[in-house]
Write a protein that binds this ligand. Structure first.
Ligand SMILES: Cc1cc2nc3c(=O)[nH]c(=O)nc-3n(C[C@H](O)[C@H](O)[C@H](O)COP(=O)(O)OP(=O)(O)OC[C@H]3O[C@@H](n4cnc5c(N)ncnc54)[C@H](O)[C@@H]3O)c2cc1C
Length: 388
């Protein structure tokens, strides 16, 4: 019998994880990626313990640990540098069995891609429409360079998905979360002792995550209208961060201007009615884009890919039925995380000094007096284990 065939739309972390999970279960996989090359952007990602377990299930966890730096789950400061909460990697390892790992986005993609057959990825291949199929009819994927039939289509085309609105006409789509995020990777300045952490100010945060190769991933957020750009993003950032604690202004000042990127934050704040239709499954940001505050967007995309492959491991005729169980397994958890992340975003992006005072005090009490509270906040997220 011919091996089952899956078409994956998009080669972000969600698409590549789903492709690898399906490949491990014996599927032939075709990944359609609209970009001509896989990933030119120099970004970094924090990979939480739950996502690491998903990557372990695909036998790539060791490679990820090797190429990443260890961090704790919470290290928060005020804008003036005073600590609110400080937990290290050892505490995370004790509580969750693993620390948070930070690595370059491109390295994570390479680790996943290396495990897939060369012919699996088709770059410069934009998917223009998807017919979902049913128990009797295969799904059909149209691209600019031809059509593909599939037993399963895994749609991971990101927060601005074009497949999602075509499948769920009534859904309002992704909305702007009200803030933008600048990010860059800079050389590690040997004159500063660097600690990983996020600093909370009025109307934004700024964070520092050292990587393993003597470089540091830095980011900062601000409440601005969607779609804005500055002539010089580095200068814009310098103005916004000039009175934040050291070494934040110095780190951003050391960035190459062209390396400072700006991403408006969009999220799917109204849950979809389902994460499937016919033989099509949605995953990652296409299904449940969330604000980056919990550091769980890519983590949930990884969980999705692992769970999807587990559910469609039976008869090909019953893929649509299996996808109902995929929706049941993924929708409640991810929809709750979208909401939780949005609530956290609202608190950390607040411009009100009264709200900020309450927020910092609550986080500080949770961290110092009752560290168990902090554990209880992140445990249901970080404790996830792959099925089976
Ligand atoms: C500033 C910022 C920081 C973040 N930090 C973290 C973090 O530390 N930890 C974490 O877990 N998450 C983090 N996230 C979230 C995380 O980056 C995303 O959730 C994750 O990368 C989504 O992956 P994805 O594969 O679903 O979508 P994407 O990465 O958006 O990939 C979609 C892919 O589909 C392709 N595509 C789109 N349309 C088509 C089409 N029609 N045909 C073919 N291909 C198409 C695109 O070119 C792209 O390659 C962060 C997000 C932001 C914005």
């Amino acid at each position: 019998m011919a091996e089952p065939h899956a078409v994956v739309v998009g080669s972000g972390i969600g698409g590549l994880t789903a492709a690898l999970a399906l490949h491990r279960k014996g599927w032939a996989v075709t990944i359609c990626e609209r970009a001509p090359v896989t990933d030119p952007l120099d970004l970094a990602l924090a990979i939480a313990p739950n996502a690491l377990r998903g990557l372990d299930a695909l036998d790539v966890g060791t490679a990820v640990r090797k190429q990443s730096a260890r961090h704790g789950v919470a290290a928060l400061r005020r804008k003036d540098g005073r600590w609110i909460v400080r937990t290290g990697p050892a505490e995370a390892e004790e509580r969750f069995g693993d620390s948070v790992r930070v690595l370059r986005y491109a390295d994570l993609k390479d680790i996943l891609l290396e495990q897939l057959p060369d012919e699996a990825l088709r770059t410069a291949t934009t998917v223009t429409s998807v017919e979902p199929g049913d128990t009797r009819q295969l799904a059909r994927v149209r691209t600019e360079s031809g059509e593909l039939n599939a037993d399963l289509v895994a749609v991971a085309d990101g927060v601005r998905s074009t497949v999602r609105p075509a499948l769920f006409l009534e859904h309002p789509g992704a909305v702007y979360a009200g803030f933008t995020c600048w990010h860059t990777i800079v050389p590690w300045p040997s004159e500063y002792p660097l600690e990983c952490g996020e600093s909370w100010g009025a109307g934004g945060v700024a964070g520092v995550l050292p990587l393993i190769d003597d470089t540091v991933y830095c980011y900062a957020t601000a409440n601005v209208p969607a779609g804005g750009t500055a002539k010089d993003e580095k200068r814009e950032l310098a103005q916004r961060l000039h009175d934040w604690h050291s070494p934040l202004p110095e780190l951003f000042a050391s960035a190459r201007p062209e390396s400072v990127l700006r991403s408006d934050i969009w999220h799917v704040d109204t849950p979809l009615p389902a994460y499937h239709k016919g033989r099509v499954a949605l995953l990652g940001d296409a299904a449940h884009a969330m604000t980056p505050n919990l550091g769980q967007g890519a983590a949930q995309a990884i969980e999705d890919g692992v769970v999807l492959a587990q559910h469609v491991n039976g008869s090909m005729a019953y893929v649509p039925t299996a996808l109902q169980s995929y929706t049941d397994a993924r929708l409640p958890r991810t929809a709750a995380l979208v909401q939780r992340s949005a609530q956290l975003a609202e608190a950390v992006q607040s411009d009100s000094s009264f709200v900020n005072g309450l927020r910092d005090t609550a986080a500080s009490i949770a961290g110092r007096v009752a560290p168990g509270l902090l554990g209880r906040y992140v445990r249901p997220i970080d404790d996830w284990r792959p099925p089976g």
